[in-house]
Design a protein around this ligand. Structure first.
Ligand code: FE
Length: 281
């Protein structure tokens, strides 16, 4: 069987915006340029060493019907919810939270200065599991395997399989792949990705080139949507670069979305609002 290299079909710029109680961030998926990318509903990058950009945090807010994935590169974030769960997200850690039928939680910086840098990705749930019990996978940095690349660089395997190495996140409906790739100057990577999956590359440091026959450059803070194929070809021409590579199985179901609720119908959104108001989260 011959492999087919995925080419870039679209490039999206992150848009500066703010969310929570006034955290400045870059929204890449979930904004006007790319409202969603089935099964992905949102991708934010927050990066600043100015406390005024992040100190307000994300006080109590609800979620229902999907999963939030927080990956910290630098800084510390305290997490707590209305069901007694709490934890500290430190640099290099991942929290994969399946909100399911609903939680109310807060995500607050646990630092008063210094660099805060990370990502939040929202992954949809299929209709049959939107009201599942909430579940957390809190992954400390040392539980995320680091795969060295032959020509230098490395891949942190957060979810999915890379060769013999499996990421620590499991039991997710979208069968996600979530890789954090670091390439040295002129380094390259060939990465298998299931051809049934939606896939994207988000460059967060330096710039990369993607594709086989038609290599496409991707600058920092831009996202490349990948076309069909089973292999990603990534290079870092001239200078070191870092990028997230993420893939997931699309659900092809209707999306009804209202703020922190993502369901399939407007009636289910109304029910979520009613349940929240009546204290049923
Ligand atoms: Fe949240």
């Amino acid at each position: 069987m011959t492999s087919r290299t995925r080419e870039v079909t679209d490039i999206i710029n992150g848009q500066a915006t703010s969310d929570g109680a006034g955290v400045r961030l870059y929204r890449v998926i979930g904004g006007p340029g790319l409202p969603d990318l089935d099964p992905f509903l949102l991708l934010d990058e927050f990066v600043s060493d100015d406390p005024g950009d992040y100190l307000a945090g994300f006080p109590d807010h609800p979620h229902r019907g999907f999963e939030t994935v927080t990956y910290m590169l630098a800084g510390r974030m305290r997490h707590g919810d209305n069901q007694g769960n709490s934890g500290l997200l430190e640099a290099g850690s991942v929290q994969w939270m399946t909100a399911g039928r609903g939680i109310v939680h807060s995500e607050m910086p646990e630092q008063e200065d210094g660099l805060m840098w990370g990502f939040q990705l929202w992954v949809n749930l299929p209709a049959r599991n939107k009201l599942c019990p909430p579940r957390y996978q809190d992954i400390p940095p040392h539980d995320i395997p680091l795969v060295p690349l032959p020509g230098g660089g490395r891949v942190r395997v957060i979810a999915g399989q890379l060769g013999e190495v499996a990421g620590p996140v499991h039991g997710i409906d979208a069968e996600p792949r979530y890789f954090d790739v670091e390439l040295p100057a002129d380094g390259s990577l060939s990465l298998p990705l299931p051809d049934t999956h939606t896939a994207f590359v988000y460059c967060y440091d330096g710039s990369v080139t993607i594709g086989g026959d038609r290599p496409t450059p991707l600058e920092r803070r831009r996202l490349a949507v990948l076309g069909a194929g089973d292999t990603l070809a990534l290079t870092a021409p001239g200078a070191a670069a870092r990028a997230l590579v993420v893939a997931g199985r699309p659900f092809a179901e209707p999306v009804a979305r209202y703020g922190p609720f993502v369901m399939n119908t407007r009636e289910e959104i109304m029910a979520a609002i009613d349940d929240l108001r009546s204290g049923r989260f």
